[in-house]
Ligand binder design. Structure first.
Ligand code: SAH
Ligand code: SF4
Length: 421
């Protein structure tokens, strides 16, 4: 989402006469688009602000802007902490940055009020000439107890289905072949009579897009109908990111996740039964306040049962202002680290095994360019969202080719292009 927002902001600045520079030291304006989801994300931003101060010391006319979640969370406090920051623009205000710089009436250097987002300004964004993101809903109403997102991103609001279909259509006209629909909880998308499965079908049928993806799904809202729609429509790519967070019902309840482990596993069963090939990924938090060793083991059990293709794994990080910040953060740091490391190791082995399933299969893959480490090889993304490398030169980026998988490690597939007979 931040990638999408950064590109949108960049294009709105470019339309106003700004120019992108290749090196930050040459910039007259530096914008940090921030995340507040974990403490580490925020401390990195403070680190970056420290680093870029050296440019401003040399050219005091240079402007520094901090936008989105950290700006929303800290507002004036951010400028008090880091006085060389010029603009602090929160969630609904970042697209007003060019106005604020020009000092247009009604703007100021710190803006965080919600309800000011102008959807007309939000052009869909191309991640590359052949793939793009479209934000279908903003904000979140779930208030999982550990999570800062509902506080910094505001109430959930869905964009109209017509706007979304048009946005994807427009990208297709510009050469995009793969679109990803984005939302904190895409499954609760609702605009008039259109829910998420209906939206997905509409975009697939009416936009002319070749490959369609989405994220993120919340287990409490992922419906069987969505899986059925995916099963019927080869345009929708066979990848589901379904964050489980924890494997014990007590911890899930304390997290405010609403579903039980049994419910989660039932959805997984339905997905596996109805989608003959599907890549499953997840998010997990270890060391939640009061999580016992047994409860942590229950998380490992779910991971082993589901056999995810990959996972984003985190240790719990206190976010001031959330419900969980009121709980005692009683799992010692060294236990959190140990639990996380063991989980990561276990998941790596599972990822390796899952990738072996791909060997000898042919996967239609979207060419993204060359391998970063080995320029003899080209890099593509499979339908299941895995990276595959194969020997080739000069193939068009953005074309979709059949690749036979020959070998795999935990992170990457290796294959060869299937030549037409
Ligand atoms: N809307 C998505 C997730 C958004 S945040 C969902 O509900 O699945 C991305 C991930 O960051 C979460 O899934 C969670 O695993 C992790 N996360 C969020 N808050 C966290 C915290 N306080 N400490 C550690 N991890 C956290
Ligand atoms: Fe955060 Fe929960 Fe909303 Fe995801 S669903 S953004 S974890 S509050």
């Amino acid at each position: 989402m931040n990638l999408a927002d950064s590109s949108t902001l960049a294009s709105s600045l470019i339309t106003r006469g700004y120019r992108r520079v290749a090196d930050e030291k040459d910039a007259d304006l530096i914008v940090l688009n921030t995340c507040s989801v974990r403490e580490k994300a925020e401390s990195r931003v403070f680190g970056r602000l420290g680093e870029i101060y050296k440019y401003k010391r040399e050219k005091p006319y240079m402007k520094i802007a901090v936008v989105r979640c950290m700006a929303q969370r800290l507002a004036d406090e951010l400028i008090k902490k880091v006085p060389h920051v010029d603009y602090v623009l929160g969630t609904d205000r970042l697209f007003e940055l060019p106005d604020a710089i020009e000092g247009i009436e009604g703007t100021s250097s710190v803006m965080t009020a919600f309800g000011h987002e102008n959807i007309d300004m939000i052009e869909p964004v191309k991640e590359s000439p052949y793939s793009g993101f479209v934000t279908i809903s903003r904000g979140c109403d779930n208030f999982c107890t550990y999570c800062i997102v509902p506080y910094v991103r505001g109430k959930e609001r869905s964009h109209s289905d017509d706007y979304i279909v048009d946005a994807v259509k427009k990208m297709v006209d510009e050469g995009v072949v793969e679109a990803t629909l984005l939302g904190q909880n895409v499954n609760s998308y609702k605009f008039g009579d259109t829910d998420f499965p209906k939206l997905l079908s509409r975009v697939s049928k009416e936009s002319g897009i070749k490959r369609l993806r989405y994220m993120t799904s919340h287990p409490k809202d992922l419906s069987k109908r969505l899986v059925d729609v995916m099963a019927e429509d080869p345009t929708i790519m066979p990848h589901i990111h379904l964050p489980v967070q924890a494997g014990s019902n007590r911890v899930l309840q304390k997290m405010g996740r609403i579903y039980t482990v049994e419910h989660y596993l039932k959805i997984i069963e339905y997905i596996k039964k109805n989608l003959p090939y599907v890549v499953l990924t997840t998010d997990i938090i270890v060391g939640y306040p009061t999580e016992t060793e047994e409860e942590y083991e229950a998380t490992l059990k779910v991971v082993s049962e589901v056999q995810y293709d990959s996972a984003f794994m985190f240790r719990y990080s206190v976010r001031p202002g959330t419900e969980a910040a009121k709980f005692i953060d009683d799992v010692p740091e060294e236990d959190k680290i140990r639990r996380l490391n063991k989980l990561i190791k276990m998941q790596q082995k599972i990822s390796y095994d899952q990738n072996q399933r791909e060997v000898n299969q042919v996967r239609f893959s979207l060419i993204e360019g060359y391998s970063k480490r080995n320029p003899e090889k080209m890099r593509a993304r499979t339908d299941g969202n895995k990276t595959v490398l194969f020997e080739a030169q000069g193939l068009d980026e953005g074309s979709i080719v059949p690749v036979k998988i020959l070998a795999a490690d935990a992170f990457t597939l290796h294959g060869e292009i299937v030549k037409p007979n």
